[in-house]
Write a protein that binds this ligand. Structure first.
Ligand code: PHE
Length: 455
């Protein structure tokens, strides 16, 4: 019935870039630096890389297998592959996770629009580092302004979803991803040349293992899942649009590499700049909104036009990178309502957009007027981030690994990773071993360790 919607991405590169478009977003440029900053820098990054390669890539391939085989969005994929079992709840759980992420993620995505606006009207010019701190604090605590941008951002996402995303996602990703990459390399170069930048480079590259606690492991694992868009079926939904000749292992490797490079480059932009202007690396969610305008000001201070262009271009690209991620999050929930309850796509999208706006409003206000309402001492915004990234995504990823590792027929998995025997998949045994044992045991261990049950 839905065959007409199950269009394929037009090319292999298109598929890679669309998946990378979902993966690369605020997670890399906003969340990664502040998680690394909060968890001691280089040691966190090493553990993060371990999580990407040990859990991330195999689970990404597992999600690709689920999506391409079922040809359904995640909310339905488990019911297709394991009809009549409780596995369907894993799909629903993914939809709920994505929906919650969309709520608070859109708040930060809205902030990027404010910064596009500020950059465009020349609002950064002549400001000192202290001014940028004040500017961000005033803005994020304002009861109305962030809500306005939140609304606009959700409306933009809604618009793309309703228009149909296939060629939209693929086309925009093909133009945007390379551009973002070039810009971030350029900024990294500028940032490391700022006076006093070496302290930031050291923070990023010299691991201090005395800082490694159970929080660091949970933080790194959560960041790996968040950044790679894993654990909620986002990439499995995209894989349902993959054609038969797409190589799953190769695609996962490419997406993983692109995503990791962007994160590390973002670290190279943020930390040298933060140290250079004397901002603490653990400043939290405000980090990029304070350090980046400074980089533009200081690096190109003598050439105001260059500083202006770079600032506008950067925030536009950041907003677009956020948009390709919110689209992928929205698509999962919309496709679920559409497939499960037979709502029209428009109606499904409207329902998701409105309810996600409500979550976003609460999350946004929790950083200002409602900051006294706390859950286990966290603001609602932070609690949503903690719950989704550090608990729900790793849990969803672990269940996907168990599903493919233990439940799905061997032949199905092998056929998918070898494209029905047409290509070789030398990683197959290691991949299955990780799905069956390493991922479930490793992720459980990190959870248990964080809860303090290991003493
Ligand atoms: N990976 C996206 C980012 O880094 C966020 C995201 C998480 C998107 C989960 C989809 C699913 O910004």
């Amino acid at each position: 019935m839905q065959q007409h919607e199950r269009a394929n991405f037009g090319s292999k590169l298109g598929a890679i870039l669309a998946a990378a478009g979902s993966a690369v977003g605020l997670g890399n440029i906003w969340r990664f630096p502040f998680e690394a900053g909060n968890h001691g820098g280089a040691a966190f990054i090493l553990i993060y890389l371990g999580c990407v390669f040990i859990f991330g890539l195999p689970i990404m391939i597992a999600e690709f297998v689920i999506g391409r085989r079922s040809k359904a969005s995640t909310g339905k994929a488990y019911s297709v592959l394991a009809p009549g079992t409780s596995w369907k709840w894993v799909g629903y759980f993914g939809v709920l996770t994505g929906f919650l992420i969309l709520g608070y993620y859109s708040v930060v995505a809205g902030w990027t629009l404010e910064y596009v606006f500020q950059a465009a009207i020349g609002g950064f010019s002549g400001k000192t580092p202290g001014d940028f701190v004040g500017m961000f604090n005033d803005f994020s605590k304002d009861p109305l302004r962030p809500l306005l941008w939140l609304f606009i951002f959700i409306a933009l996402t809604h618009f793309v979803i309703v228009k149909g995303v296939k060629s939209g996602i693929e086309k925009s990703a093909k133009i945007m991803m390379p551009l973002l990459f070039v810009l971030i390399v350029l900024l990294a170069v500028c940032s490391v040349m700022l006076p006093g930048a070496w302290k930031g480079i050291e923070f990023l590259l010299k691991p201090d293992f005395s800082k490694v606690t159970s929080h660091v492991f949970l933080g790194a694992m959560g960041q790996a899942f968040f950044s790679l868009s894993l654990g909620m079926g986002c990439l499995s939904t995209y894989a349902s649009y993959f054609s038969k000749d797409i190589r799953l292992g190769h695609t996962a490797m490419s997406v993983g590499l692109i995503d990791t490079c962007v994160s590390v480059l973002a670290g190279l932009v943020i930390f040298p700049a933060a140290f250079s202007v004397g901002i603490q690396p653990d400043a939290g969610p405000s980090l990029i909104f304070i350090t980046l305008p400074n980089v533009f000001q200081q690096a190109f201070g003598d050439i105001p036009f260059l500083s202006y262009i770079c600032a506008v271009a950067f925030y536009v690209l950041l907003a677009l990178a956020a948009l390709t991620s919110t689209i992928s999050l929205h698509e999962v929930a919309t496709a679920f309502l559409h497939e499960k309850f037979r709502f029209s796509r428009g109606k499904a999208a409207r329902l998701i957009s409105c309810s996600c706006l409500l979550i976003g409003i609460v999350a946004s206000l929790s950083l200002g007027d409602w900051s006294e309402y706390r859950i286990a001492s966290l603001t609602i915004f932070d609690a949503l981030d903690f719950l989704t990234a550090k608990i729900m995504l790793p849990l969803g990823g672990m269940l996907a690994a168990i599903f493919v590792g233990w439940f799905l027929k061997r032949k199905i998995v092998r056929d998918e990773v070898t494209n029905n025997g047409l290509i070789k998949a030398p990683y197959y045994s290691a991949f299955m071993f990780i799905l069956k044992y390493v991922a479930p045991i490793g992720i459980s261990f990190i959870f248990i360790n964080e809860l303090g049950w290991l003493g």
